[in-house]
Design a protein around this ligand. Structure first.
Ligand code: TPP
Ligand code: MG
Length: 242
């Protein structure tokens, strides 16, 4: 059986950091050029600060102080780019690895540490404005995609999206992994999202592995093609490129 082709990758920077937009990145050139030096510094600072927190927490886990710590190491760029693109009124539904996202939205990393140490059931209060509409981590793979789609359907029913007023319209981002993309929950969430046209980004972070199972075992088709199957515009981006 021949494998379906991978769609073209959206990438602005080459591996050595030089500016080398891929053909698929062309529609985004204007947005990238509009970023000020101070914006670029902020994006870089986000990545560096969280890597320091992540390294410390990983050490705590190895010392037996935390039951679990899923590192964000190596996934900073994708997380920073998406979290900084979200507006204040948007709601974000993380999986369990989005330490960069939560930090950018205002969640105190101590809340995550408490969760991973077993001292808290949630870690933070998503209704507290200080936490930037960041919902709590979900360890049950893919369940957060249903929560996000449900929230998005609520936005549709309440007329809180799609008016064209960017300052008022609300949207949802949900984060999940390549392994989670095989969960039934994710597919149910996509069916309802497409049917109800929820204002929602399914943000699949493909780090190539679901614990010990490689992505090639999970799917006969590139994962980005699954979104297209539900009628959703889908793009494949270089996750190492903010
Ligand atoms: C419903 C469910 N099944 C199994 C697990 C056990 N489990 C925890 S992480 C994981 C792999 C997830 O891989 P992926 O979605 O790619 O996320 P990553 O950890 O790579 O970010 C599995 C199978 C779980 N947490 N929930
Ligand atoms: Mg994975």
């Amino acid at each position: 059986m021949t494998q379906p082709e991978e769609p073209e990758l959206v990438r602005i920077l080459a591996a050595d950091g030089s500016l080398a937009p891929s053909p698929a990145a062309e529609p985004y050139g204007e947005l990238v050029n509009a970023l000020a030096d101070s914006d670029l510094e902020m994006l870089y600072r986000d990545m560096v600060v969280i890597r320091a927190i992540d390294r410390q927490a990983t050490n705590l886990q190895r010392q037996g102080q935390l039951a679990l710590w899923p590192p964000s190491l190596g996934q900073e760029a994708a997380q920073v780019g998406s979290a900084r693109a979200a507006r204040a009124q948007d709601h974000l539904f993380p999986s369990y690895r989005e330490h960069v996202v939560t930090r950018i939205r205002g969640v105190d990393p101590i809340g995550i540490i408490k969760l991973m140490r077993g001292l808290s059931h949630g870690g933070w209060d998503p209704t507290d404005p200080a936490n930037g509409n960041t919902h709590i981590y979900t360890l049950v793979l893919g369940a957060q995609t249903l929560h996000a789609t449900g929230y998005g359907m609520g936005l549709v029913f309440d007329g809180r999206c799609g008016t064209g007023d960017l300052e008022r319209d609300e949207a949802v981002i949900v984060y999940y992994g390549d392994g989670a993309s095989s969960q039934g929950d994710v597919h149910e969430a996509m069916v309802f999202a497409a049917s109800y046209r929820t204002p929602e980004v399914f943000f699949l972070q493909n780090n190539q592995w679901a614990i010990s199972v490689p992505v090639a075992t999970q799917s006969r088709t590139p994962l980005v093609r699954r979104g297209e199957g539900y009628g959703m515009p889908s793009i494949r981006i270089d996750g190492n490129d903010v």
